[in-house]
Write a protein that binds this ligand. Structure first.
Ligand SMILES: Nc1ncnc2c1ncn2[C@@H]1O[C@H](COP(=O)(O)OP(=O)(O)OP(=O)(O)O)[C@@H](O)[C@H]1O
Ligand SMILES: [Mg+2]
Length: 275
């Protein structure tokens, strides 16, 4: 428990399981965020400053997060650092005072979240990300709400990715385990056939084994060509599979680099990875 009313479902803190997959080709030095080429990124929240409501204090300060095709980009940082706020800002749930959001070269800063979904953004929020009283299949159908075409194939793809969901298709989603619920949430967002997927702590509250399985599925999704921008509490494990990593502190970019570089960086290790 963090004592933060917006965050009461922490992920596990087990640091013994790592995933050997991942690791990108980029080798820029670890830096504060401006040194990685984000200008032309497929999805970028660029130099975002803003907070909640009209007059709320700024939570994000000149914060930049971005992801490119073929990449898994991971945002880590302490509780309350603004990771979820950064995701919400990219998804259009926050009024930015400064900065912009661009998707595939288009400025979408002023689009509503719903219009961003129509543009190809999939977002799985940190909490309340499924309809617990609806069945698994109804959740997936809800995910396809903006589609006018036949989405049966997409549903089969989701069931192929998460076979347990097919087995439990007629059960209320609220009866599923934590890891299975997260599969429902990810599956639901895949139903729109997004061009980019944003996941806020997809492994919160699950066991290390389930976390590893979820990461494997996320890697699988990324291999289908969908760029993935995700927030993770399990920083070390997430950076293992990250092509690009962002460490946020107090709404600012503290460190940015490849997952590998961040894992190797002494300051990052000491301050955020437990040594
Ligand atoms: N809806 C909201 N209205 C006002 N302030 C908020 C809201 N949501 C979050 N905040 C505040 O914004 C700051 C950043 O919170 P945020 O949830 O983005 O952090 P986080 O990095 O995602 O933390 P965690 O690791 O606990 O999920 C905190 O001070 C929090 O209290
Ligand atoms: Mg959060």
């Amino acid at each position: 428990m963090s004592g933060n009313p917006y965050q009461d479902d922490r992920g596990n803190k087990d640091a013994t399981i790592t995933n050997p997959n991942g690791g990108g080709e980029m080798t820029p030095a670890v830096g504060t965020g401006k040194d990685m080429n984000t200008t032309d990124a497929f999805l970028v929240g660029d130099s975002m400053t803003g907070g909640y409501g009209k007059d709320g204090p700024d939570i994000l300060h000149d914060c930049t997060i971005a992801v490119n095709p073929g990449e898994i980009a991971v945002i880590v940082g302490p509780n309350g650092a603004g990771k979820s706020t950064g995701m919400k800002a990219v998804f259009g749930m926050l009024n930015l005072r400064q900065g912009s959001v661009r998707l595939d070269g288009e400025d979408i800063t002023n689009l509503s979240p719903q219009n961003r979904v129509a543009k190809g953004m999939g977002f799985v929020p940190q909490t309340n990300n499924i309809f617990t009283s609806m069945t698994v299949e109804e959740n997936l159908e809800m995910g396809a709400f903006i589609r006018k075409d036949d989405f049966a194939d997409t549903m089969e793809q989701v069931y192929h990715l998460f076979p347990i969901l097919k087995e439990k298709r007629n059960q209320p989603a609220g009866e599923l385990s934590g890891g299975q619920r997260q599969q429902v949430a990810v599956g639901r967002s895949l139903m729109t056939q997004p061009k980019v997927l944003m996941l806020d702590e997809p492994t919160a509250g699950v066991s290390p084994i389930v976390m590893d399985e979820l990461f494997d599925r996320i890697i699988e999704v990324s291999r289908t060509g969908i760029p993935i921008l995700m927030v993770e509490q399990n920083a070390r494990q997430a950076l293992e599979i990250a092509d690009k990593g962002y460490v946020l502190v107090q709404g600012r970019n503290a460190f940015t680099g490849t997952g590998k570089d961040l894992l190797a960086d002494e300051d990052v290790r000491k301050s955020f990875l437990g040594g």
